[in-house]
Design a protein. Structure first.
Length: 590
């Protein structure tokens, strides 16, 4: 099936596409470039914040790692000896002086003997702890230097970080060095950063425990505080933003989608929007440290960049929408007269001229000419229909169509056809009983039904002869099954008079059928013509109809007609001698 596209759709979408596509492409490219630039700018600012948090942690912890490495080298090179008490005491106290972030230094020997140097006491302490011997086996400490799990130390008033470094000399394990850093110092560093930047930095351990937060700066913990763990949890530091961020369901801010070295999420707390930028601490592998910072979007000005970009996009979309609306309205204006013409043409095609209204004028010259020409055509068709309808009252509609199509002239046509003659029984007595007016009313009602039956089966009534009709099948309408259709019409004509009264009068009719060659044409004078059929078949059909009275039948058809009616149950009545026909004619009846 061929796909058809309405002109209105072509005009609307064509104009819309012509206007919208270039404009939309331009707007998209500009918007995409602006959004990308803004996202890159915001991402750079956000990552600098996380870098600052990580840098503050590194400022405190990197010197500890460097001091531990230096002590390990000194032991390995023999510059200090584990067993030389005074010498190593002096060295370790010097380390405490050089590294203010280190609160204490411990050295655990394989035997379990532990020696500690504490900044507050300024004097070493020793203790034997045999239970440590298993932990200080060479295979246990083979993992190398690194930050260990935070734990609570009463003398430091809270959790501490321990940096372990195994000490070796000439390949022999001598002991495990530990440098202890109080976590309260980390919180002090982040508190300073918060004061400088106006954001809230933090560091988490394992996702739910807080390593450092401005709220923990200078805060001491008792043993009771640390009973559930050395580090406070997110819910214990009284920060609703971090608590909300780690409850799940936070969304990724559109403006932060260019982040590469961090992640960003956004939440709403207390009616205000916050954005958090965080990542795994890059310099502390294997420790599950998360560093981040969150900020109030409105106060930090992060929203202004995206708002400017969004405003530019909205203005562009508004221009696009206005252009699209104008294109749609223009397309509809172009499509309206075409649609009206198509609807009117469909009504003309379906012969519904009474529904066709004059097409309106148009300011577009071509549309105006088309409307005017169509209106003149419809006026001519209405006049032609009126003539045809008027002719159809005197001749059949098919004959009227032939007359009009032939310019008022019907050429004679010869063909094999089936002629049907139908007559009423005892019509003379009926007219005497009804009178002239009653007879006319009866005949009009009767012929109204008869004509409908004949034409429904493809026949054309050529003559009304008093109470009789003459109809032909296969002329002028080609009807290959003309004999069977004529018999169907005859059966229905007889049945209808048995079942129905016409103007209150019951009557009976008889039908004769004959199939043969006939000549159809218009005959008469120049000013008055009549379309009828001629030939021996017409005479035979009339005489066969009259024989119904002799044989007591209602329908008689000749053998030539019966041969063309397969499927009908027919009974042979007689081989009748018909005047004017040289040999007997086989007659049948249903």
């Amino acid at each position: 099936m061929r796909i058809r596209i309405p002109f209105s759709a072509v005009s609307v979408f064509g104009l819309a596409a012509l206007v919208a596509v270039p404009l939309a492409i331009t707007l998209y490219l500009n918007a995409a470039a602006n959004v990308r630039t803004t996202q890159l700018l915001l991402a750079e600012r956000a990552e600098r914040l996380v870098d600052a948090v990580e840098h503050r942690l590194g400022t405190l912890l990197r010197p500890v790692e460097r001091e531990a490495a230096e002590i390990a080298r000194a032991v390995a090179e023999g510059r200090i000896g584990i067993g030389r008490g005074a010498e190593i005491d002096t060295y370790m106290l010097g380390v405490l002086s050089a590294a203010p972030e280190v609160a204490s230094v411990s050295l655990a020997e394989p035997s379990g003997r532990v020696r500690r140097w504490d900044r507050a006491q300024r004097a070493p302490t020793s203790a034997n702890r045999p239970e440590l011997a298993a932990r200080l086996a060479p295979e246990t400490v083979a993992q190398g230097a690194g930050w260990r799990v935070p734990y609570y130390m009463r003398q430091h008033g809270g959790a501490v970080l321990l940096y372990d470094t195994p000490l070796y000399r000439e390949g022999r394990f001598l002991g495990l060095l530990g440098l202890i850093v109080p976590l309260s110092d980390l919180s002090l560093e982040l508190a300073d950063l918060a004061a400088e930047t106006g954001v809230t930095p933090y560091a988490l351990y394992g996702g739910q425990e807080v390593l450092a937060h401005p709220a923990l700066a200078g805060k001491k913990l008792t043993a009771a505080d640390a009973s559930e763990g050395p580090l406070p949890t997110i819910s214990q530091i009284n920060d609703p933003v971090i608590e909300r961020l780690h409850q799940g369901g936070a969304s990724e801010p559109f403006g932060m989608r260019a982040l590469r070295g961090a992640q960003a999420v956004a939440v709403t707390v207390g009616g205000e929007r916050y954005v958090c930028i965080h990542r795994e601490a890059i310099g502390f592998p294997g420790q599950h440290w998360t560093v981040g910072a969150y900020l109030n979007v409105a106060r930090a000005g992060f929203a202004s960049e995206m708002q400017r970009t969004l405003h530019a996009i909205l203005v562009g979309l508004a221009v696009l929408a206005v252009s699209m609306l104008a294109a749609v309205l223009g397309g509809r204006c172009l499509g309206r007269p075409v649609r009206a013409l198509a609807q009117a043409a469909n009504a003309v095609r379906d012969d519904r001229l009474e529904e066709v209204k004059p097409l309106p004028r148009s300011r577009i010259a071509e549309f105006d000419d088309a409307s005017e020409s169509f209106n003149r055509m419809v006026a001519g068709l209405r006049e032609r229909t009126l003539i045809r309808d008027t002719l159809g009252r005197f001749v059949s509609e098919e004959v009227a169509k032939s007359l009009l199509s032939g310019g008022g002239r019907i050429e004679p046509t010869e063909a094999k056809a089936t002629v049907l003659v139908c007559d009423l029984e005892d019509f003379t007595q009926l007219t005497d009983a009804l009178g002239p007016r009653g007879t006319v009313d009866f005949l009009n009602a009767y012929f109204e039904v008869v004509v409908a039956i004949v034409e429904r089966h493809g026949g054309v009534i050529t003559q009304f002869q008093g109470d009789a009709i003459l109809a032909v099948f296969n002329l002028p309408i080609v009807n290959p099954d003309h004999a069977a259709n004529a018999l169907r019409a005859a059966i229905e004509l007889v049945r209808i008079t048995d079942e129905q009264a016409f103007a209150g009068v019951h009557a009976r009719n008889r039908v004769g059928l004959y199939t043969g060659r006939v000549l159809a044409g218009a005959v008469g004078s120049r000013g008055r013509l009549s379309y009828t059929v001629h030939g021996n078949a017409v005479n035979l059909a009339s005489r066969i109809e009259a024989l119904n009275k002799d044989y007591g039948t209602r329908i008689l058809l000749a053998g030539k007609t019966a041969e063309r009616c397969p499927g009908f149950e027919l009974r042979k009545v007689a081989d009748a001698e018909i005047r004017g026909y040289g040999e007997p004619v086989p007659l049948y009846t249903p």
